[in-house]
Design a protein around this ligand. Structure first.
Ligand SMILES: Nc1nc2c([nH]c(=O)n2[C@H]2C[C@H](O)[C@@H](COP(=O)(O)OP(=O)(O)OP(=O)(O)O)O2)c(=O)[nH]1
Length: 140
């Protein structure tokens, strides 16, 4: 059995020291996922480190550079299972250059205020990750 491919993503917050707002991105493709919200990111390419892959994805998808904060570890060796095909590593992050825009793969971005982080229809696998993130955030 092949292991799941690695997806890397960012929980972009307004302030790593005192997070209040979380950036959610609405997928525009593929059709099966369109309209659902996710953490921006994507698949790591061969030969690329997870962190470098994440910086590349955020440049391509949102047009921003970020500072990575602590990783939000999942239950499978630090990764969050998404499906049989994918597992995701997630980092907190803060934008250092640029203003996020939905350049590719997304048709809307939204800064969710604290207390409303579950107010959009996240991808199924992301719902409990957002809940875990909410509990982690109080300890950041
Ligand atoms: N980026 C991202 N993908 C997620 C999340 N939750 C979740 O189930 N996924 C799934 C959706 C996709 O099936 C897979 C990641 O693929 P992707 O489409 O974002 O990757 P990519 O940007 O490299 O896409 P591509 O160029 O290969 O089309 O993981 C999430 O929060 N962020």
């Amino acid at each position: 059995m092949t292991s799941p491919a690695l997806v890397v993503a960012a929980a972009i917050v307004d302030d790593l020291d005192s997070p209040r707002r979380l950036l959610a991105a609405r997928r525009s493709a593929p059709t099966s996922l369109a309209g659902r919200w996710e953490f921006p990111g994507g698949k790591v390419e061969p030969g690329e480190s997870p962190e470098n892959g994440l910086h590349r994805e955020l440049r391509e998808e949102l047009g921003v550079r970020v500072e990575l904060g602590p990783e939000v570890p999942g239950p499978d060796d630090g990764a969050w299972p998404l499906s049989p095909a994918y597992a995701m590593r997630l980092w907190l992050a803060e934008v250092t250059h640029g203003t996020p825009e939905p350049l590719i793969e997304h048709d809307e971005l939204r800064w969710l205020p604290i207390g409303q982080w579950l107010s959009v229809p996240w991808l199924d696998a992301d719902v409990h990750i957002v809940k875990s993130l909410m509990s982690v955030i109080t300890r950041v």
